[in-house]
Design a binder for this molecule. Structure first.
Ligand SMILES: C[S@@+](CC[C@H](N)C(=O)[O-])C[C@H]1O[C@@H](n2cnc3c(N)ncnc32)[C@H](O)[C@@H]1O
Length: 553
C-alpha cells in the first residue's frame, strides 16, 4: 500500500544529516569528521542512568505542572538520547494534557534542541523520536520534520545554533539546558580543534577538560532567568583550571543547587569521575545562596560566601564547615599573619641533578636536598641526596670555568640537560635548574609538608637542608615554628585542606601552596600570653588545649 507520509519520513532520514557547523578551517573540519565516527572513548561518551535523568529534569523545573510548550530546552550532546527522550515525553504530556493534538504538534518545533557529534548516535535518536511521535498519531512527515528540526548533528562548541540559540524564538536563548558533557582530557582533543575551542572560549584555559567550554557555551545560550543542569565531574569547582568558569558564573549567574553524587553511580557504566550535579541560573539579582543536597533528600542552604568569585567553592556540608566559615570571618590568612609559603626546587632532570652526596663535584656545589620521602615518617631522615647546585650565594649562575669538576660532570650529561625546555629557551643557561635556588632558604628554619598525603605531615627542619619540589615550605617571622607546626598538624588545618583541595583517589589530599595559604590563624601578638606559651611549648597536650581555646573546638 502506498504510504506517502512514510516515504517522506524515509526521505528525511536518509538525507545527509543537517550539518550545523559554522564555516571552519579544513583541519578543524577533518578533525570533526574523524570524531563524528570515532569510538566512545575518543568522544568522551558515558551515558546517564534514566533515574538520574528524571531527577535532574525535576531539579531543573522541567516538569509537567508547567506548560512546557512555552520553554526551550537544549541538550548539548545527547548521545543515546536519555535526556532528550525524557524531555520529549514530558513535553508531549504537557501538550496533550492542555488540549493539544497530533495535528497541531508542529507548534512544538521551537521547544527542543539537541546536538550530537556522533553521526550514528544522531541517526539512532532521530529514528527513536520519529517512532515515538508516530505512535501518538503524529504523521510520519511531521514527525520527521520535528525530529530533524530538533536534533542537530555537529559540534556543540562550533555549531551555529542561530543567534542566541533559538531562531524559532527570535534568538532569545534557551530556558533550560540539560546534559552530561563529554569528559575528555586535553591530550585527547585533536590539536586543530583545541586551538579553535581555545580561540572561542575564554574559560578554556590551563589544563581544563573539554567539559569546561561546554559549561561556558551552555551558560551563554541561556535566556535571562534560564537554568542549566549538568551532571559532570566536580573538579572545576575547586581547582585552578576551573577559576575562569567560576568567575564567569559569579558575573551573571549563580549556583542554585549542588548535589554530590560520589556516593552513587549515575552513569550506565562504572567510571571514576567524582560526579556532581550543578544547577546554575542566569540571574543578575543578589545571590540568595545555594541549596546543597544533604541526607535523605533534604536540601540545606549555604550562603553566597560558599561560592566566592575568586576562590575554590566550599559546598560540603557539616558542622565542621560552618566553623571553617566562621574562622574565615575572624582570622587572617596564613601569609597575612606573618608566614610565607613556597615550594622546593624542581631541577627538570633529577636523574642528573639530584645525586648521592659522594658525587665527584666541588663540595660547595652540593646542596643537601630533602625529598618528600625523607620526611614521610614525620621527622627528618635525610637520604643523603644533594642537588647539583648551579647557583652561587647571590643567586646567580656560577661560572663553570671556576668549577672544573662540576663542568666535567655537567658536560658528560649535556644532551640530557639540553633537552629540557628551560635550556632550549636559554641555551647559555643549559645547566640551570628549572627553579632558581634561594641561597637563604637552606639556612632558614622551616616547616616542610609533602605535597600529597592522607594526613597532614608537618616536619620542623632547623635550617640544614633545601627542599625538593614535592615539598612545600612554610617560614615565619611572627609565629614560633613549634606553635605554627601545631596549627598545621591540627584538625583545623586538615579541614581547610579538605575544603579547598580536590580529593584524590584513596582519600589523599594535595597540600599545595594555594591550599596552605587559605589556612586561617590569629596574629601571634594578639593571642593571650598563656595560649602563646602553651602553643610554643612543643608539648602536644598543652598545644591541643590551646588550639581548642583559639578555634573554639
Ligand atoms: C558524556 S556523553 C553524554 C551523553 C548523554 N548526554 C547522556 O548523558 O547520556 C557525551 C556525549 O557528547 C558527545 N560529544 C563529544 N564531543 C562533542 C561535541 N563537541 N559536540 C557535541 N557532542 C559531542 C559524545 O559523542 C557523547 O555522546
Amino acid at each position: 500500500m502506498h504510504r506517502p507520509d512514510k516515504i517522506q519520513a524515509m526521505d528525511y532520514a536518509e538525507r545527509p544529516p543537517r550539518d550545523a557547523l559554522t564555516l571552519v578551517r579544513p583541519e578543524v573540519h577533518d578533525a570533526l569528521e574523524g570524531l563524528s565516527r570515532a569510538g566512545a572513548e575518543d568522544r568522551g561518551a558515558v551515558f546517564t542512568r534514566p533515574e538520574v535523568v528524571r531527577r535532574m529534569l525535576d531539579w531543573l523545573g522541567y516538569t509537567p505542572e508547567h506548560d512546557l510548550r512555552g520553554f526551550r530546552l537544549l541538550e548539548p550532546c545527547f548521545g543515546g538520547g536519555e535526556f532528550l527522550l525524557e524531555a520529549l515525553e514530558r513535553l508531549l504530556a504537557a501538550h496533550f494534557d492542555r488540549g493539544g493534538s497530533a495535528r497541531n504538534a508542529d507548534g512544538l518545533e521551537g521547544c527542543l534542541r539537541g546536538v550530537e557529534l556522533h553521526r550514528e548516535s544522531h541517526g539512532q535518536v532521530i529514528h527513536k523520536v520519529i517512532n515515538r511521535l508516530a505512535k501518538l498519531g503524529i504523521t510520519r512527515r511531521l514527525a520527521a520534520h520535528l525530529a530533524h528540526t530538533w536534533l542537530v548533528q555537529g559540534d556543540f562548541l562550533l555549531a551555529d545554533l542561530g543567534g542566541n540559540g533559538s531562531p524559532a524564538h527570535g534568538g532569545a536563548g534557551f530556558t533550560h539546558v540539560v546534559g552530561n558533557p563529554p569528559y575528555l582530557r586535553l591530550e585527547r582533543v585533536p590539536p586543530a580543534l583545541l586551538a579553535e575551542y581555545r580561540r572561542r572560549y575564554p574559560t578554556f584555559r590551563h589544563r581544563a577538560d573539554l567539559y569546561v567550554p561546554f559549561f561556558e557555551r551552555g551558560l551563554r545560550l541561556l535566556a535571562p532567568g534560564g537554568r542549566l543542569a549538568y551532571l559532570c565531574t566536580d573538579r572545576w569547582m575547586k581547582n585552578r583550571y576551573g577559576q575562569p568558569l567560576r568567575r564567569l558564573i559569579a558575573e551573571g549567574y549563580r549556583l542554585e543547587r549542588y548535589a554530590d553524587l560520589k556516593g552513587e553511580q549515575p552513569f550506565q557504566h562504572a567510571v571514576t569521575a567524582y560526579p556532581a550535579v550543578t544547577v546554575i541560573t542566569r540571574a543578575e539579582e543578589p545571590h540568595p545562596g545555594t541549596e546543597v543536597a544533604g541526607r535523605e533528600g533534604r536540601w540545606v542552604r549555604v550562603g553566597p560566601e560558599a561560592t566566592p568569585p575568586d576562590g575554590p567553592w566550599l559546598l560540603e556540608l557539616g558542622a565542621g564547615f560552618e566553623r571553617l566559615r566562621e574562622w574565615e570571618r575572624r582570622f587572617p590568612a596564613l601569609e597575612e599573619a606573618g608566614c610565607r609559603v613556597g615550594i622546593g626546587v624542581a631541577s627538570g632532570a633529577d636523574a642528573v641533578l639530584v645525586r648521592p652526596a659522594d658525587l665527584d663535584v666541588e663540595e660547595d656545589r652540593k646542596l643537601p636536598l630533602l625529598l618528600a620521602a625523607d620526611v614521610r615518617s614525620g621527622s627528618v631522615a635525610w637520604s643523603g641526596r644533594v642537588l647539583v647546585n648551579p647557583f652561587d650565594a647571590e643567586g646567580r649562575l656560577v661560572d663553570l670555568a671556576r668549577y672544573p669538576r662540576l663542568r666535567a660532570y655537567l658536560e658528560a650529561h649535556r644532551p640530557a640537560l639540553e633537552r629540557r625546555y628551560v635550556a632550549r629557551k636559554r641555551p647559555e643557561q643549559w645547566f640551570r635548574t628549572l627553579d632558581r635556588v634561594d641561597p637563604a632558604l637552606r639556612h632558614t628554619p622551616k616547616l616542610l609538608i609533602p605535597d600529597l598525603a592522607g594526613r597532614p605531615i608537618v616536619v620542623l627542619e632547623e635550617g640544614r637542608y633545601y627542599p625538593h619540589h614535592n615539598l612545600y615550605w612554610v617560614t615565619s617571622s611572627a609565629w614560633p615554628l613549634p606553635a605554627l607546626q601545631a596549627v598545621l598538624r591540627s584538625p583545623v588545618a586538615a579541614l581547610f585542606v579538605r575544603a579547598y583541595s580536590v580529593e584524590m583517589r584513596g582519600g589523599y589530599h594535595r597540600y599545595q601552596a594555594q591550599t596552605l595559604r587559605r589556612i586561617r590563624l590569629p596574629r601571634w601578638p594578639e593571642l593571650p600570653e598563656e595560649i602563646r606559651r602553651d602553643l610554643a611549648s612543643g608539648a602536644a597536650r598543652l598545644q591541643q588545649r590551646a588550639l581548642a581555646r583559639v578555634y573554639g573546638l
